[in-house]
Ligand binder design. Sequence first.
Ligand SMILES: [Zn+2]
Length: 174
Amino acid sequence: MDSSQILIAQAYIPTYDKGMLFRKEKKENFEMKDTNCAYCMMEENPSLVAAFGIPICDLSVSTLILFKEQSHPGRCIVAYKDHVSEVIHITPEQRTAFMEDIAKAANAIHKAFQPNKVNYGAYGDTGCHLHMHLVPKYKDEFEWGGVFEMNPGRKTLTDAEYAEMIEKIKAALD
Ligand SMILES: [Zn+2]
């Protein structure tokens, strides 16, 4: 391969490896990174996010995470890529992209689990990293008609069950 062929090969990288570029861009664009924050440290210290969630995949400006407490089957989190606290701290374009990611995740949850409603919650009083809880609700089942608890602590799954759930969500994302 001569030097011109190498340049052509490099030019094609964005097409072939979008996920990788996203990761790179994600790191470079961090205005602030909190080393105690589970969402900031998903790569550097995965044990933080493992305390409550399992990363599924990257979306356009966020990461989709399966919530380990599964009283509401299919419950997930969409975490924004940067350590920002408020929706007013990102640009309108970033907000639109974030909302599109939330819609994409919600659509997958609807397809995979057929809930009667998905509840949405953005809290983070102490966490301060923009993220949205997507909580599928099922008619007449746990917490139907009420506000979902942050972590009911009543139902976890086996590793195999988590893996199966993640595969269902991934399949429904396409
Ligand atoms: Zn963070």
